[in-house]
Design a protein around this ligand. Structure first.
Ligand code: NAD
Ligand code: GLY
Length: 379
């Protein structure tokens, strides 16, 4: 069944439309929401193009005369200055004007890049998100757009909301398992930061990734988006609670940048980051959060549960200090007080380095929460 979720940010209101087999109506849906479009540029990646571009083009041509396409390479490396420039060149060559529309057809990489192109082309033209990955339930909603810098992930970007998010979940059936797992990490994140009942539902209903299909998949996506919607409605530009959406991302982003973009999926990096955040939370708040059970659960879903052995804690710390939440060179991490409640905390460098070392040794399993290493943390 088709479902609509209303997103109300301070700069813009729009709908997320979710359902099965919706592609045939994409042109009418866009036309209703975006009047007087002069030309459409679909930005997509090679993999998605080979699977769905022809169908999307065909549907759009029922309404629009000028439909152009620009295809980027698949994968995280495409969130680059070079691809950003190439997208602008495609928009200029095809003479897009201020009433033209960009369609981001793909996962978070396409969405983040195409959204940033839309935000900057002629100082901003309209765009529509057409997510094709599970992870994009997160990235397509809320208006964060960005490309990476070799020195840091998502460092160059803008807050820029789409006109519509058009989510046909039948497109997810071609997603490889590792990409389903990657998206599932962000679903788990949404439950852990906001809704313990939803976390319980996930544990009961998604015992393995294969369980994520049909109604369960749609429900999990809807819940994830509703949580994100509630947070961005309160804080569009991350002056406060939106930072909670970064649970697991301080270490996650550092790992992605340190390993080289695309080596580990975003979701795997975030899952490992969440595990580390739970490990740190136990020590920081000096209360049991059942870290070992989380580690077992994450292992069961196939997420990495230990740091790659060749990654140095010192280098990770340096990267974590470049995180956008850091203030005065001090790392600020989203920590978990209990399932459904998180908080941003300043963590002193020396302490964080010690925790990274302990976590690097067998995922910190040997260290219990009363360990004295947790006693000198600064709040
Ligand atoms: P992605 O866009 O690279 O997609 C993953 C892989 O799946 C790619 O190889 C892609 O070609 C392929 N693919 C996409 N759709 C497919 C389909 N339907 N069938 C088969 N293959 C398909 O990655 P992602 O995981 O969707 O997104 C990760 C990115 O999202 C990261 O750059 C991350 O920083 C960003 N992100 C942004 C936000 C935000 O708020 N803007 C939030 C979370 C993550
Ligand atoms: N994924 C983090 C955010 O949207 O704020």
């Amino acid at each position: 069944m088709m479902k609509r979720i209303h997103i109300a940010t301070s700069s813009k209101q729009y709908e997320v439309v979710i359902g099965n087999e919706l592609l045939h109506m994409i042109d009418r849906m866009i036309d209703r929401i975006c009047p007087h479009v002069t030309a459409v540029l679909i930005i997509t990646d090679e993999t998605v193009a080979s699977l769905y571009l022809a169908d999307v083009q065909q549907a759009l041509r029922q309404t629009y005369d000028r439909v152009y396409t620009h295809i980027i390479p698949s994968g995280e490396e495409a969130k680059s200055f070079e691809q950003f420039y190439a997208c602008h060149t495609a928009a200029l060559t095809n003479r897009l004007d201020r009433d033209s529309l960009i369609i981001a057809l793909g996962g978070g990489v396409v969405g983040d890049l195409a959204g940033f192109v839309a935000a900057t082309y002629m100082r901003g033209i309209r765009f529509v998100q057409v997510p094709t990955t599970l992870l994009a339930h997160d990235s397509a909603v809320g208006g964060k757009t960005a490309i990476n810098h070799p020195l840091g992930k998502n460092m160059i970007g803008a807050f820029y909301q789409p006109e519509l998010v058009f989510y046909d979940i039948s497109l997810l059936h071609t997603l490889p398992e590792q990409e389903m797992r990657s998206g599932f990490a962000e679903i788990i994140k949404h439950s852990l930061i906001y809704d313990r009942v939803f976390f319980g539902w996930l544990q009961a209903n998604v015992q393995k990734l294969d369980d994520l299909h049909g109604d369960r998949l749609q429900y999990a996506i809807q819940k994830g988006i509703e949580i994100k919607a509630a947070i961005v409605a309160k804080d569009e530009k991350e002056h406060g609670v939106r930072a909670h959406l970064n649970f697991g991302h301080t270490l996650g982003h550092a790992l992605e940048s340190e390993l080289g973009y695309g080596v580990m999926t975003h979701g795997d990096a975030v899952a490992l980051g969440m595990l580390f955040a739970i490990f740190v939370s136990e020590h920081f708040y000096k209360q049991p959060l059942f870290y070992s059970s989380f580690r077992t659960l994450f292992k069961h879903y196939g997420f990495p549960t230990s740091l790659p052995s060749h990654v140095s804690p010192e280098r990770l710390l340096e990267k974590m200090k470049k995180d956008k939440k850091a203030k005065d060179q001090t790392v600020r991490m989203v920590l978990m007080k209990e399932i459904g409640t998180v908080c941003v905390e300043r963590i002193d460098d020396e302490q964080l380095l010690r925790w990274l070392y302990v976590f690097a040794e067998e995922g910190g399993e040997k260290c219990d929460s009363s360990d004295s290493r947790g006693n000198d943390c600064e709040r």
